[in-house]
Write a protein that binds this ligand. Structure first.
Ligand SMILES: Cc1cc2nc3c(=O)[nH]c(=O)nc-3n(C[C@H](O)[C@H](O)[C@H](O)COP(=O)(O)OP(=O)(O)OC[C@H]3O[C@@H](n4cnc5c(N)ncnc54)[C@H](O)[C@@H]3O)c2cc1C
Length: 167
């Protein structure tokens, strides 16, 4: 029985950990469009506030090795053929599965997505976003930021600034 997950996020990591803890010993492949061990988006603002980078890997940076998982990273799944039980990735890789766990998360809604192509404008959703923001702040010695959106995530985005980590 081969298990494939689309996503290496919180849901997929919990699922895979549970499988292994319950004694499942067959093959598990985890696919992600990012290049990280499973991380918690809840914790990524702490990284911007100066906490060590590895704090975000809430189930351990060696998750894939520890839970005997084959990671397929930096390669988004673009198609699921449920009849043939195959997933296809952007790079042309295919994975045949017996059971598929589809956990690709949610997407942020951007009122002006073209702004994201602009220098200095970022989403605040993924670890890839955080690494890009952190790099930009450091490279350009940024002292002031503007947050679009005043909900939970917006407050989370403004918070590292308030800790004095940037200024
Ligand atoms: C900044 C921030 C702070 C948050 N704080 C909290 C909090 O304090 N409390 C709380 O309860 N919730 C919080 N959340 C929400 C919480 O992080 C999400 O509810 C949770 O991560 C959802 O888990 P998930 O596994 O469904 O999706 P995610 O954790 O987003 O994982 C999705 C996975 O799918 C992958 N993926 C996406 N598309 C593809 C594709 N085409 N092919 C392959 N892989 C793909 C992604 O790379 C990722 O690995 C926060 C979110 C953010 C962004």
């Amino acid at each position: 029985m081969k298990v494939v997950t689309v996503g290496t996020g919180m849901a997929a990591a919990e699922f895979v950990q549970r499988l292994r803890l319950d004694g499942f010993s067959d093959e598990i492949v985890m696919c992600s469009d990012e290049d990280f061990a499973p991380y918690s988006p809840c914790v990524i603002p702490f990284y911007l506030a100066g906490e060590p980078f590895d704090t975000v890997f809430w189930k351990g940076k060696d998750f894939y090795r520890h839970y005997r998982v084959t990671p397929r990273l930096s390669d988004p799944v673009v198609e699921v053929d449920a009849e043939k039980r195959i997933v296809r990735t952007a790079a042309g890789r295919t994975e045949v599965y017996d059971r598929l766990f589809y956990a690709a998360g949610a997407r942020s809604w951007y009122p002006c997505p073209e702004w994201l192509e602009t220098q200095g404008v970022f989403g605040f959703k993924t670890l890839t976003d955080m690494v890009a923001i952190d790099k930009y702040i450091k490279e350009h010695n940024i002292k002031k930021g503007v947050v679009f959106g005043g909900g939970f995530i917006g407050v989370d985005a403004a918070w590292p600034c308030g800790t004095g980590a940037w200024i």
